[in-house]
Design a protein around this ligand. Structure first.
Ligand code: NAD
Length: 380
């Protein structure tokens, strides 16, 4: 079984799908590994590191693709790369199957079996494969550093001979994986932190990190589904939250927003009016930019200025910390791949409760029900 890793071609991408330590593991499971030359350089891994781990390294991208049984990627391969794969080859990566359906058509045309890490069920058995959580952790951490370097103040409370410096104030909206990491990082830097979320369970987690939880009375409505994810709320409930957020944003130096509702546009939490009420020199870092943003003024990957308030919505922060982001992702992918390898051979068991639900296309068909439904709902 031949596993291939190519150099990522998406602009700004610096991660690599498998790091040498994972290569060693997969070789131990009986797989052979072929890596495109320089694939790991941005993640500080040289061709020699891969050779030492037991992989072969080549600059011939076309031959690598043609011979791949499994292609492990960070981002979805281009239509060209899909077209070079052999029929029945397997691709695993961030394939964005629910928001960019058309881009997966080449996989159907080639009868490529695709597994999307976004679809890996968040059950205990698959925790080690949870790439969404890995990348959210990196993004939440980096968002705080962006905030800390942008604002014209320091984060910690300092008592000096020249007097006392008050701590910075950080407001974090959405206390899932990214939000909790942002809270923890801002606390470590000494900021006074407030957190907000609509899930009751998030309150305890926010407080356990030494932050204040902003509670809003939503009248006892259901805010989460059976899987523990937030649901879309009524406009009235949303407005109550927005009013509370606007009030607390006035005092904040850094606002980090991370709120998402799976399969929906990101909830709008910071209105234009709320931004107008913020201090000069403050910054909003909106981590929901790829699904529409939590702030009314956010534009994905564009820096917006409004009366001294800066709004950024970076969509690929993990790529700015490529070593650790790659290391975590590589371990996630390796755990998943170990489910597909039996006696060194590719063995796909669609009945497996992690493998089956993660599959998007197989034998020329869309096999994931959510993706198939989304495809049917498309005009034309
Ligand atoms: P996510 O990225 O889908 O959303 C981020 C946060 O936004 C969530 O906490 C959500 O409650 C919040 N949110 C949604 N709408 C909101 C609104 N209107 N106002 C304020 N906040 C809003 O979520 P995530 O970070 O991927 O994780 C969500 C949940 O899943 C958490 O409970 C997390 O602990 C859990 N989880 C479980 C596992 C596992 O068991 N393997 C792994 C990861 C996450």
């Amino acid at each position: 079984m031949n596993i291939v890793v190519l150099r990522e071609t998406q602009e700004g991408e610096a991660r690599v799908a498998l790091m040498p330590e994972s290569v060693k593991k997969l070789v131990g499971l009986g797989a052979s590994l072929h890596i495109e030359s320089r694939a790991g350089l941005n993640a500080a891994r040289t061709d020699n590191d891969y050779l030492e781990a037991g992989a072969e390294v080549s600059s011939d991208r076309e031959t690598l693709l043609a011979n791949a049984d499994v292609l492990a990627t960070v981002n979805r391969p281009s239509a060209n790369d899909f077209a070079r794969l052999k029929k029945g080859a397997v691709v695993i990566g961030f394939l964005r199957p629910l928001d960019e359906l058309a881009a997966l058509m080449p996989a159907l045309d080639r009868s490529v079996t695709t597994f999307s890490v976004e679809l890996i069920p968040r059950i205990t058995r698959a925790q080690a494969m949870d790439a969404l959580s890995s990348m959210a952790t990196v993004a939440g951490y980096k968002a705080v550093l962006i905030g800390a370097t942008h604002i014209p103040r320091m984060f910690p409370l300092l008592m000096t001979a020249a007097g006392t410096v008050p701590p910075a104030r950080v407001l974090v909206l959405g206390a899932g994986v990214a939000g909790l990491q942002a809270i923890a990082t801002a606390r470590r830097l000494g900021a006074v932190v407030e957190g907000y979320d609509v899930r009751a369970a998030a309150g305890e987690q926010v407080k356990s990190l030494g932050a204040t939880f902003l509670e809003v009375n939503l009248g006892g409505i259901k805010t989460e589904d059976a899987g523990g994810y937030a649901v879309e709320l009524s406009e009235e409930a949303m407005n109550r939250g927005r009013a509370l957020i606007a009030e607390h944003a006035k005092a904040a130096d850094v606002v980090i927003t991370t709120a998402q509702v799976p399969g929906r546009r990101a909830p709008l939490l910071l209105t234009e009016e709320a931004v107008n009420g913020m201090k000069r020199g403050s910054i909003i870092i909106d981590l929901a930019g790829s699904t529409g943003g939590n702030c009314a003024l956010s534009q994905a990957d564009v820096t917006v200025e409004r009366d001294g308030v800066t709004i950024v919505a970076p969509t690929n922060l993990p790529a700015t910390i490529p070593v650790h982001a790659s290391q975590l992702y590589s371990r996630n992918v390796t755990s998943f791949l170990s489910l597909l390898i039996k006696d060194g051979q590719l063995n796909i068991d669609m009945k497996d409760d992690v493998v089956g639900p993660s599959c998007v296309t197989h034998n020329g068909e869309v096999v994931n029900q959510r993706v198939a439904a989304a495809l049917q709902a498309q005009p034309g």
